[in-house]
Ligand binder design. Structure first.
Ligand code: SF4
Ligand code: SF4
Length: 289
């Protein structure tokens, strides 16, 4: 079962839920696989402390123009949907940061003047934290193209795992392309929110993306339960969203995370909540109850 842990905004507790669930479920499952898809700022490793055993570069093929063959016809710039090429006089300008590596320009060039060269975006790393297989993508500083790194992370991390009982994807914050790429192919979207107007606003957008756009079954985890107002509960009731778990606003959890520890070890009474959440996901087979 592939479950993406997402939320509309950062700081709501996605990694808290993903790491806690992974650690607790791994005690009873053959393998739990946790993929940290927040490639701009991966942090699951801070709490699980894996021994990383593998690393692979992720790159994107970008065009390189042979000016000796180019006739400056402009076809490459015409077909590029991302404005990553411009033909100005007798020059072809390439803007590699905008290139999505689709290959259209090379295929469409009538002179065969375009070849492709790799442009490094970041790395994918993997290893083990006890019985949890942890993999993460790390985008290089200054790079903005997160989706190819996430796509490769998902491919690479799931190769040869041998049918894990649970695959958890810790999504990036927000609701943009990187989150859609993370959610794609999942069986269930577990949306973590907090009971505040900000949490509600971003939850509504996350539901729109996961349930309405991608057609995924969705469940909600309310973190820091006990603060804020009743807006999130009212919305969930109205939208038919099951609240699968509530994690109280508990200073001990914050202290454990600030110390770089695993919160379900520091405050073990919450482990049963994680087991219950996993049972619910199992019983529903990834479909919303
Ligand atoms: S399509 Fe090929 S020949 Fe035409 S401008 Fe681009 S690189 Fe040059
Ligand atoms: S590979 Fe695609 S995105 Fe990149 S410059 Fe060529 S047409 Fe544009």
């Amino acid at each position: 079962m592939i479950v993406t842990v997402a939320s509309g905004k950062g700081g709501t507790g996605k990694t808290l839920v993903a790491t806690g669930l992974a650690a607790v479920v791994a005690e009873s499952c053959a393998v739990v696989c946790l993929l940290d898809c927040d490639v701009e700022a991966p942090n699951a490793h801070l709490f699980l402390k894996p021994a990383l055993t593998g690393c692979e570069e992720v790159s994107l093929p970008v065009p390189q123009v042979d000016l000796a063959r180019c006739t400056f016809c402009g076809r490459c710039a015409e077909v590029c949907a991302f404005h990553a090429l411009a033909v100005v006089g007798r020059q072809v300008l390439t803007f590699a940061e905008l290139c999505h590596g689709c290959g259209s320009c090379a295929r469409q060039c009538p002179e065969g003047a375009i070849s492709e060269v790799p442009r490094r975006l970041g790395v994918v790393e993997w290893g083990w934290a006890g019985r949890v297989r942890l993999a993460r993508g790390v985008l290089d500083v200054g790079q903005a193209m997160a989706t190819p790194v996430i796509r490769r992370l998902k491919q690479r991390a799931l190769e040869g795992v041998g049918g894990p009982a649970l695959v958890l994807l810790d999504a990036p914050p927000g609701n943009a392309c990187a989150v859609v790429e993370t959610l794609r192919g999942s069986d269930f979207a577990l949306l973590v929110t907090e009971p505040t107007p900000f949490g509600l606003h971003d939850l509504e957008i996350a539901v729109q993306v996961a349930r309405e756009e991608l057609g995924l079954p969705v469940g909600v985890v309310i973190n820091r339960d006990g603060i804020g107002d009743g807006g999130v509960e009212g919305y969930c009731a109205h939208a038919g969203l099951p609240i699968l778990l509530r994690i109280p606003f508990d200073r001990r959890i914050a202290a454990a995370c600030a110390a770089g520890g695993l919160w379900v070890d520091a405050v073990p009474e919450y482990r049963e909540g994680m087991r219950g959440l996993y049972r619910t996901l199992q019983e529903t087979g990834g479909a919303a109850p």
